[in-house]
Ligand binder design. Sequence first.
Ligand code: PLP
Length: 454
Amino acid sequence: MTQVPRPNSAAARDVRSQLHPYTNPLALEQDGPVIVTRGDGAWVEDEAGARYIEGLAGLWCTALGFSAEERLARVAYDQMRMLAFYHPFGQKAHLPGIDLAEALLAMAPVPMSKVLFSGSGSEANDTALKLIRFYNNALGRPEKKKVISRIKAYHGVTLATASLTGLPNNHRDFDLPMPGILHTSCPHHYRFALEGESPEAFATRCADDLEALIQAEGPETIAAFFAEPVMGAGGVIVPPPTYFEKIQAVLKRHDILFVVDEVICGFGRTGNVWGSQTFGLEPDMLTCAKQLSSGYMPLSALMMTEKVYQVIRDNAGRIGILGHGYTYGGHPVSCAVAREVLRLYEERDLFAHAATVGPVMQKRLRTLADHPLVGEVRGVGLVAGVEIVRDKASRQPFDPAQGVGLAIGRNLHRHGVITRVIGDTVAFSPPLIITEEEIDAMVSRVARALDDTL
Ligand code: PLP
């Protein structure tokens, strides 16, 4: 979003050399990228020295913000010097992996038995999908393989996890979803409830839809249900209060594994350590990433209960090995840094801070609810969404061709706020270190950006 890039500028070199993820390549060629050069606290700075409040913690990940953290740099340096690479394949292990696995098990929202590390949220969810197949084959029920996620879910971008993702852009022209991955209704009351339908009645209808889908497919064919506690990239969708209670009852009735994707919600985002605690979830498997390392290093983890582990253990033992693992899964430098990140969270009481400033952000953002462009403000803890509508009364969204989302993005940028407009929703998920003053600054800038879009 700079001027047309000068030929040898970093922006021009970027346009010549990189295909950007989640970017319109034509817009990139026309406007060039914003080159972010440094950060401190909840702020980042671009090449030209302009400062922005990072309203999305990068990609929902930098809980500690963007400052130099000497302790993390030191831990990474020391680990690189001691043992830059090792892996847990074939009865090997390394100490940072053991330390981090123990720490995760100790803080899990329900008793968990084992941790399997990988490098990204997509890999963790892909691993869960594979282990679910392995689990049901081990139990002698090869027909129980289908997996259900939700419309507007986001679980990653590999072929299988992009299939779980319930967003048209991730399917269209990629020939997805893959067979055997099904989508049920999305618990977005503002958008999908019937006229006058209470949140309670809507939650019941969502659970009934799930039950109906399971019955239509045959309960003996459904292996697992994936859900984010708060749906993030689908538009920050907070489910109605009794939604998950009703959903979990359906899953239990049909012996369907519940995989909770805590990639965004884990580590303090929703006001508790885990989204599972905020919403009373009892996962059989839990995936996490992003704030696990505060984005300082790539890392993700899959945790599983003893019930799941025992079946996988017996089957893998019978076959000889568990035929799955990534070269960089649980990289020792990533694990060492993540372990130190968890210490910093604890020493700084960061989850308690997030639980205190979260309601402040929710309250301040709700002051935007009367704005003519705003249909709904929703969220919990330090994650929120402001849904943009063309008409408040009918809740009608803008036609994407009108480019209102793009215009809001540009205006936010001009006013010094970085975030993402996903679909019709402006998403907020700032670093957990954000202060009340910074929240005020962010919200008043957002208000000005919306005014400029009118
Ligand atoms: N799950 C959720 C809930 C996410 O928000 C994301 C990424 O935003 C992923 C999974 C995929 O993680 P990654 O981009 O690290 O593969």
